[in-house]
Ligand binder design. Structure first.
Ligand code: G4P
Length: 195
């Protein structure tokens, strides 16, 4: 997605060989116009797949997921990473390891909102090692829901999440794939080279 790649090129900052800071439009401050375009692009890619609901994870997945839900006219459910005062019954949970932070989080959704009648589109902001996506797939499976695919805003192609998921036969659609962050520069992978 050209508009997203241009935004990353102009505002993204490489923090190390492995981490891209995009706080100005995705992870802290949100660019609503760009999020709207991202939602429309996810909608275009998944419009013929019978998606009934979008599943994402707090916090940075919510903005792109909400815009996709708005465009597709379907609800958006976000998995919680922390216990909620009101969300206590009928929870479906999964453990998510973070390689980056060396932590394990329990993520949960209510079984009232993700059910066997659903065909889900899973959306997240970043795909790195794929642990969050695997947790959301696990929750979908526990609920008996079908998964049409996974929509990612920025995939780090040099980490193994994309390969892991695609090898499992999961359809992964990433709007920008970063080939490398070496030497402080963002290098993109061409969409025709998705692997
Ligand atoms: P994984 O789910 O793909 O395995 O990711 P990993 O454990 O490596 O990353 C944990 C957190 O760091 C996730 O956000 C993920 O989106 C984010 N992340 C990973 N690589 C990058 C990067 O290069 N740049 C940025 N900006 N974020 C990255 P989170 O902790 O769940 O944060 P949030 O959704 O609450 O913002």
């Amino acid at each position: 997605m050209k508009q997203l790649r241009e935004k990353i090129a102009s505002e993204g900052r490489v923090l190390s060989g492995e981490v891209l800071k995009v706080d100005s439009f995705l992870n802290h401050q949100i660019d609503p116009k760009l999020m709207q375009a991202i939602g429309e692009e996810f909608s275009r890619r998944f419009k013929n797949d019978g998606v009934t609901k979008i599943l994402t994870i707090e916090s940075s997945g919510i903005a792109p997921a909400a815009m996709a839900g708005l465009t597709m006219g379907i609800p958006v459910v976000f998995a919680r990473k922390r216990a909620s005062l009101t969300l206590t019954e009928g929870l479906i949970s999964s453990e998510v390891k973070s390689f980056t932070k060396q932590t394990v989080n329990t993520i949960s959704v209510s079984g009232d909102y993700v059910t066997a009648d659903d065909t889900l589109l899973i959306i997240d902001d970043f795909l790195a090692n794929g642990q969050a996506a695997l947790g959301l797939l696990d929750i979908s499976g526990q609920a008996g829901a079908k998964v049409a695919g996974i929509g990612i805003v920025i995939e780090k192609g040099f980490q193994n999440g994309g390969k892991l998921l695609r090898e499992q036969g999961v359809r992964v659609e990433s709007l920008a794939i970063i080939e490398s962050l070496a030497d402080g520069k963002v290098a993109f992978r061409e969409e025709s080279e998705v692997r």
